[in-house]
Each structure stands twice: as structure tokens, then as C-alpha cells.
Design a protein around this ligand. Structure first.
Ligand SMILES: Cc1ncc(COP(=O)(O)O)c(C=O)c1O
Length: 392
């Protein structure tokens, strides 16, 4: 046998990992809590070890608390938020089902794309990026299209809008339609009452309001969605995300499905424990308080926020880039000179806004003050100086 080839290996790849310490104030991931990082670095145990099985139950119980749901089928999908998003659709859509997607930003578009891949008859309604749907608009679309599922994003990370949920669950029940909600940027940071809101399917991520790194996608399915899944004709067309199989591992049977990312679940358990220790109401109030501190500070500097106050998300703020300012150069400066990440605009808002995240562990007044100070002292060097806002 010839010796293994090493010619393709760069010298840098052979050096130990050396990542900088960053303050992640963008759309996610957010920084992980130090005790979550400790939990992640524990020695793995077997994914069928009785102690791990106990931990799985604790993660499920804590997730139910975080979401305010009693759903039996509440599990962290192995994968990021998009895996959990796909799981909600893959398990419930049968070819030809009408899925109504209410799109008001980038992640609504992703829901529509995914639903189409499962051969749904996808119908969309759209709002400009920065607005939310009214109940009347949703009712009109549900009446017209009679969907099996209404899918929408609660906290639109691309725009910073929080969708008001009053009455939507009742509307869906009246029309015998499942309500599917993306809570990726709300879980842990924004009030969420899945059962009271009559949400049938929801998903989230580990890397934002939960103060954990990316890698798990919390998923939950209520009894109406479960009935739809159990009544389907063929198999769920996605083996990895098939909840009928996954439930044999997460439910009482503990049958092997795939090797669980045990350390990610250690981290998730610690992240959820921290949230429960703080208490949901206190965590929501903290996110709100720090967001308000950011909003008033930015406005005091003459900057304009993209979303009207009543619809603003406490976890993600979109700030209009003033006319004449090179927004990208400023965010690169924050990253390279100060180690702070702030996001740029996506899709329809590309080049128009910065996206500032205050999520989970990072929602702290000292982070807000540090960032405001940099906007005040260093932004003027990146344009005309005067923060006159560009038309959106
Ligand atoms: C609202 C929303 N939905 C879905 C996703 C997809 O999650 P992930 O990137 O973890 O796959 C994101 C990611 O930021 C998001 O913000």
C-alpha cells in the first residue's frame, strides 16, 4: 500500500482550531451561555444509556414548558431549525393537500418552497417585508382556498416583525385547517403560548433565544396534526424526519432510529434549564427591556427603525441604513475591529437595513450600550456622517 497522500492538506488545516471570541448581535447564531458550553463539552454517553434516556425526557418536559404546550410529540430534531421546519411539513402533507403560506419575509418563502417539494398545492398570500397579516386577510384567504394547513412565521427574522396571533387558531379550527407556526426567533425571547393559541405544529432552533449553539431543531405536534399524520395513506416521504419512527425512540419504546447527537442534547438540556430557572415571564421581560433600550438609543442617534413599534420583535431589530452610508463596510468594521457581528438585510431588504439580534444570553444591557456607543462614535466615518434615513 502506498503511504496516504498529504499533498492536499494545507499547513493551516493541521494547526489546532483557533477561533476568535465574537459578540454575535446578528440574526443568529447568538452566543451560547457559558454553562451550556460546559455541558456540550462533557464526555458523551451512549444514546440508549438509561441516564441519557432520562435526560431525553427532561429535555422534552422543558421544551413543553418553553413553548407552553402539553403536546406529547415534542422533541428536538437532530438538525437545525430548517430540519424541524421540514419535519412539520413532511409528516403532515399528502400530495395534493392545499397548504396556504402567509409570506411576509424570507422564511415564509422557504416554507412555500418546502411545502411544494412534498407535492402540496401551495397557495401563497404576501405582505410587504415589514408588515404583518391582519385576521381579516387570513380569513379571506382561508375562506377562498380552504387549505389543509396554514403555515406562517411568528417572528420573521428577515424583517423583525412579530405576527400578532389573536384569533388565528380559532379561525383555523373553524375551517378545519391545521395551524403551523415558525417560532425560530421567538422561542425563549418572545411570549409564546402554543396551546392557548391553538397551534398544531411548530418548530424552532437551538441557536437564538435558547443560548445554545446551532444543531438542534425543537419540533412539536399537537393531537390534530398527529391524527393527520397517522391517517396518511403512504409512508412519510422523508425517512430521517419521520415522526412515526422517531417517536419509537423518543416515546416509551426507545427503539434506535439514528444515533442521537448526545452532546447537543446535553447543551439543550442546560439551555432549557437556564430558561426555566429564570422563568419565561422574566426572560420575555428581559428581552423586551433590552430591545426597548436599543430602540430608544438608536432613535436618539437619529436612526430609523424599519418596523412600527407595535409589531417589533424584541429579539431582532431592523435598522434602516442611512442614505449615503456604506452599511456593509460598517458591519465589517464592527466585526474586524470590535469582534461584533451585526447582520445585513436579506431578500427585499438587502442593502437597506442592518439586523441586530438580542437573543438569549446576549440580551443584556451592557451589549446594547456597547453597540450604541459604536454607532454613535464610529458610524459617522462611514458615510455622510449625518444619519438621514434612506427611503425603504
Ligand atoms: C424564522 C426562521 N425560520 C427558519 C430558520 C432556519 O433555521 P436554521 O438556519 O437553523 O436551519 C431561520 C434561521 O435563521 C429563521 O430565522
Amino acid at each position: 500500500m502506498p503511504p496516504p497522500k498529504v499533498s492536499g492538506l494545507h499547513r493551516r488545516s493541521l494547526e489546532p482550531i483557533d477561533t476568535p471570541s465574537r459578540l454575535l448581535l446578528g440574526p443568529g447564531p447568538s452566543n451560547a451561555h457559558p454553562t451550556v458550553l460546559e455541558a456540550l463539552s462533557r464526555t458523551p454517553i451512549g444514546h440508549l444509556d438509561p441516564l441519557y434516556v432520562e435526560l431525553m425526557g427532561e429535555v422534552q418536559e422543558l421544551l413543553r414548558y418553553a413553548w407552553q404546550t402539553d403536546n406529547r410529540l415534542t422533541i428536538p430534531m437532530s438538525g437545525t431549525g430548517s430540519a424541524a421546519m421540514e419535519a412539520t411539513l413532511a409528516n403532515t402533507i399528502e400530495p395534493g393537500d392545499t397548504v396556504l403560506v402567509a409570506i411576509k419575509g424570507y422564511f415564509g418563502l422557504r416554507l412555500a418552497d418546502m411545502a411544494g417539494r412534498y407535492r402540496a398545492n401551495v397557495v401563497t398570500i404576501e405582505k410587504p417585508w415589514g408588515e404583518a397579516f391582519s385576521l381579516a386577510e387570513l380569513e379571506e384567504a382561508i375562506t377562498a382556498h380552504k387549505p389543509t394547513i396554514l403555515a406562517m412565521v411568528h417572528a420573521e427574522t428577515s424583517t423583525g416583525v412579530c405576527q400578532p396571533m389573536d384569533g388565528i387558531g380559532d379561525l383555523c379550527r373553524q375551517h378545519d385547517c391545521l395551524l403551523l407556526l415558525d417560532t425560530v426567533t421567538s422561542l425563549g425571547g418572545v411570549p409564546l403560548f402554543l396551546d392557548a393559541w391553538k397551534v398544531d405544529l411548530a418548530y424552532s432552533c437551538s441557536q437564538k433565544g435558547l443560548s445554545c449553539p446551532p444543531g438542534l431543531g425543537p419540533f412539536t405536534m399537537g393531537p390534530r396534526a398527529e391524527a393527520k399524520m397517522m391517517g396518511r395513506e403512504g409512508k412519510v416521504p422523508n425517512w430521517y424526519l419521520d415522526v412515526t419512527l422517531l417517536n419509537q425512540y423518543w416515546g416509551s419504546d426507545r427503539v434506535y432510529h439514528h444515533t442521537a447527537p448526545v452532546n447537543m442534547n446535553f447543551g439543550m438540556r442546560e439551555a432549557l434549564r437556564l430558561l426555566a430557572e429564570e422563568g419565561l415571564e422574566a426572560a420575555w421581560a428581559r428581552h423586551r427591556g433590552n430591545a426597548e433600550r436599543l430602540w430608544s438609543g438608536l432613535e436618539a442617534l437619529g436612526l430609523e427603525l424599519h418596523v412600527p413599534e407595535p409589531l417589533r420583535l424584541p429579539t431582532l431589530t431592523t435598522v434602516r441604513i442611512p442614505e449615503g452610508v456604506d452599511g456593509k463596510a460598517f458591519s465589517l468594521h464592527l466585526l474586524n475591529k470590535h469582534g461584533i457581528e451585526v447582520g445585513g438585510g436579506l431578500g427585499a431588504l438587502a442593502g437597506k437595513v442592518w439586523r441586530i439580534g438580542l437573543m438569549g444570553y446576549n440580551s443584556q444591557p451592557n451589549n446594547v450600550d456597547r453597540l450604541l456607543n459604536l454607532f454613535e462614535t464610529e458610524l459617522p466615518a462611514f458615510g455622510n456622517g449625518a444619519p438621514t434615513t434612506a427611503a425603504a
